[in-house]
Design a protein around this ligand. Structure first.
Ligand code: TXA
Ligand code: MG
Length: 326
């Protein structure tokens, strides 16, 4: 039997993060840890999020510390349904129409903050709050047990590639977080599309896992681009998603010293985002492929052109940031 001291030491040395299974026990434990102010990464259909109770200031502060995230970059609060979202923010009629159509799903609204309990660290003091209802069953199960809502950025060190598997989370954040719930690979693979909706005017703050075309179809009007030079989503820094290797975009073929990241059938002995040239498949593969190329070393990477339609808009956005000088 362990002595009390040994037992205590054993607990203190418990390996972090705890990897929780995607079942009722795992969901209950994840929710319990979140309610207790701990940091728990969990899967959503877009990417893994690093969660904390949205009303618990010290817990939210730990997110910024674990990620090395600039304190001026606000977080998205995840909730289980549109009613909960409406208690947190004031959604316009148009926003409600879109939410009813696309939630749960890869869409986030930035709207006027209404709830006083949300930690000011979440909004970084702004008068608006970002909210999303994720579709992933694990996220839904945990949210059902977290009535305060879960503040969660993507679960990667700030500026690095977003995680689409629990293994990505563990290798990026490791012991800085308390647990990760392993729900397999994310099906969408790109972060949510972020909109702000004022009256009937819809502004695209971040291209993401829901294409602008699909939103336009339902909204019946075009999306306004975010005002030029105005950083409406402070996280949209020029350099982000940075792999160790240099990326050269829109390449026709690799140069002798380059690895190849293709789109479509041309392999040049490298990898492809989608052999069929399918944008949905490419989106789902993008971050996992970048993580894999990262693990191989820092030999430069030539990237094939990806069409700028549908999800291709968000894929190009992420590739451009990954390729930016830093
Ligand atoms: O799919 C996603 O959106 C994932 C999953 C975990 O839900 N989350 C995610 O969070 O991508 P993050 O923190 O990596 O990106 C959130 C973006 C940042 O660019 C942030 O600046 C912006 O949302 N944002 C949050 N609150 C905002 C606000 N009040 N006004 C403008 N932008 C805001
Ligand atoms: Mg992120």
């Amino acid at each position: 039997m362990l002595s009390a001291a040994q037992g205590k030491r054993h607990v203190m040395n418990a390996p972090k993060p705890l990897v929780l299974p995607s079942d009722v026990t795992g969901f209950a434990r994840a929710a319990e840890m979140l309610r207790a102010g701990q940091l728990v990464a969990f899967p959503t259909e877009t990417v893994y999020g690093l969660g904390a109770d949205a009303t618990n200031g010290p817990a939210v502060a730990k997110i910024f510390a674990a990620k090395g995230r600039p304190s001026f970059n606000p977080l998205i609060v995840h909730v289980s349904d549109i009613e909960h979202a409406q208690r947190l923010v004031k959604l316009s009629g148009k926003a409600i129409e879109l939410a009813e159509h696309f939630w749960p799903g890869p869409l986030t609204f930035v709207a006027p903050l209404r709830c006083k309990e949300i930690s000011a660290l979440v909004t970084t003091g702004l008068k608006t709050l970002a909210v999303r209802v994720p579709a992933h069953p694990s996220a839904q199960a945990i949210l059902a047990d977290c009535p305060n809502g879960i503040a969660a950025p993507s679960a990667n060190p700030s500026g690095r590639i977003s995680p689409t598997t629990a293994a990505h989370v563990v290798s990026g954040l490791g012991a800085q977080i308390d647990a990760v719930l392993d729900g397999g690979s994310c099906s969408v693979g790109l972060e949510s599309t972020i909109l702000s909706v004022e009256e009937d005017e819809i502004t695209l703050l971040r291209a993401g896992g829901l294409s602008a075309e699909r939103i336009t179809e339902v909204a019946g009007s075009a999306l306004r681009p975010a005002p030029l030079g105005h950083v409406t989503a402070p996280g949209m820094l020029a350099s982000h998603y940075a792999p160790n290797a240099r990326l050269r975009l829109n390449a026709k073929s690799p140069m002798p010293e380059e690895r190849w990241l293709g789109f479509g059938p041309d392999h040049f002995g490298g990898v492809t985002l989608s052999a069929q040239g399918d944008l949905t498949e490419a989106a789902a593969n993008l971050f996992a492929v970048l993580h894999r190329l990262d693990a191989e070393g820092d030999t430069p990477i030539a990237v094939a052109p990806v069409p700028k339609t549908g999800l291709g808009l968000a894929i190009n956005d992420r590739l451009t940031r990954a390729a930016a000088r830093r």
